[in-house]
Design a protein around this ligand. Sequence first.
Ligand code: F6R
Length: 589
Amino acid sequence: MCGIMGYTGKKNSIPIVINGLKSLEYRGYDSAGIAYIYKNDIKIIKEKGRISNLENELEGDSSNTCIGHTRWATHGEPSRINAHPHKVGNITIVHNGIIENYNELKNKLIKEGYKFKSETDTEVACAIIDYYYKKLNDKIKVIEKLKDVLKGSYAFLILFQGDDKIYATKCGSPMIVASSMNGNFIASDIPAILSYTKEYFLLDEHDIAILDKDFIKFIKDGKEIKKEKLIFQFDTEVASKGGYKHFMLKEIHEEPKVVKDYLDYYFENFDLIPDISKYRKIQIVACGSAYHAGLIGKFLIEKYGSIEVNCYIASEYRYQLNFIDKNTLVILVSQSGETADTIASLRLAKKNKAKTLGIVNVVGSTIARECDSVIYINAGAEIAVATTKAYVNQVLTFSLIAYKLGLKNKLLTEDIKKEYYKLPNEISKMLKLDYHKLALKISKQNNVFFIGRLIDYYLCLEGSLKLKEISYIHSETYPAGELKHGTISLIDSGTIVISIVTDENISEKTVSNIKETKARGAYVILLKRDDIIVDETCYDEIIDIEKMSDLAMAILTIVPLQLLAYYVSDVKGLDIDKPKNLAKSVTVE
Ligand code: F6R
């Protein structure tokens, strides 16, 4: 979602902020803007579209203090007027998040004589800060007041007229602060500061940060506090494509190494994989691909742990009846650790006294910090909006949890470790296949169907999401047996049906369903475990996948589908790393 970057220091802040915003482009945005202190005043430049459009508007000024923003529209269409920064009276701000009570506040402010130019909740927040600043005439007291006045989520950078410091606070949206010899930085995400430093401070809820050219001050509940310095663990190289055409392709090609490093680390430190056998109720909660990883988790934990597991979409879970108690384990899965609905579900679970376990990639993120315990998936920074290597390591994490249960229940022996260690090599084989012919065929379609049963169905859900989100081709995913209860009426001559068959217990059933589509003219692409024998007339194209234990199979099988989605989008010449309307970290409901 929106990106934030601010700098104050000895250098010209404008190119620093623009570059910081560029490194946050992957979060998804539709307009961008900056505000900087210039000749004792604040100058604002903003533009719809890409940051390059904003750069065309720059006037060659130099300034020591600048704040910037990339906007992902929530209230009001993408336009120059709705873009941030917003200025009202003495206050200029950029904002990530959503102010839920903005309408009520807007009406109150209109009665006080405020006029609004944009449709945004941010301009209302800006006016509220101005209103209280006029009343209280104390910057810290005004910022502290926001937690009582605003409902929703926010991370703000604030400039007060006549003061060259940057003020910041946050509630429900992430914000980091960093310093260097030449000045101080504040941003919504780490890539924005990585070319200057790997050290940073994380703002907690309602903390206030004050950035001066020479110092940073943190305030909580009116008192100055010290904060722990954190170190970003990954390579700074993450911010480059390393010779690949897109970040997504680079990240898929990192999977063999990411998986190997994960296995080395967690087999060495096997205590870090929790034994969850004492829980009688397990709930997995997540969004999007993380939810799909959770479904595979459900399958494997039930099979090897004999524990009933339910898997929920976080945006539903937080509003539905859910029977949580102190004997329930709630597992929250999130690459970013900042997904608003998953955070809300975590807080709900904690309120109801459940134990919470996070499966998270971003170290120090909200979910990682707030869960009772966390397993880091160690996938490294993921820049492409569509998740690939992080999804793979989410599934691997569930697989190791299931493996631990299987050992305890004597369903498995340590021999299975060998299967896991085949994965890097087998994934590499998948990377080498030629997907171009299939990609070209799929790229001409308007609709694609994915069918499979059980774990293969869960894999289909993820394969289909990958295809939809980056190629903009509509696809439907169905449990293979469910197709004839309605959707088969959409299968026609030439309709592409992608099917996965990796579970021998139900392969014959799925193959019968595939034949039903074939009989109606479907063009079938079959991803099949190589030892499962199927009749050649039931497919048009086949991708054979090495036979492995289902604990490893699920990780391997997604790779060709990730690549297929990538190449379809590439054939169509789309913006693969930043698909339209999407954001990397969904910090609003
Ligand atoms: C799809 C994708 C999304 C995320 C979802 C959850 O490729 O990336 O569906 O999986 O938005 O995000 P996290 O894992 O950050 O909570």
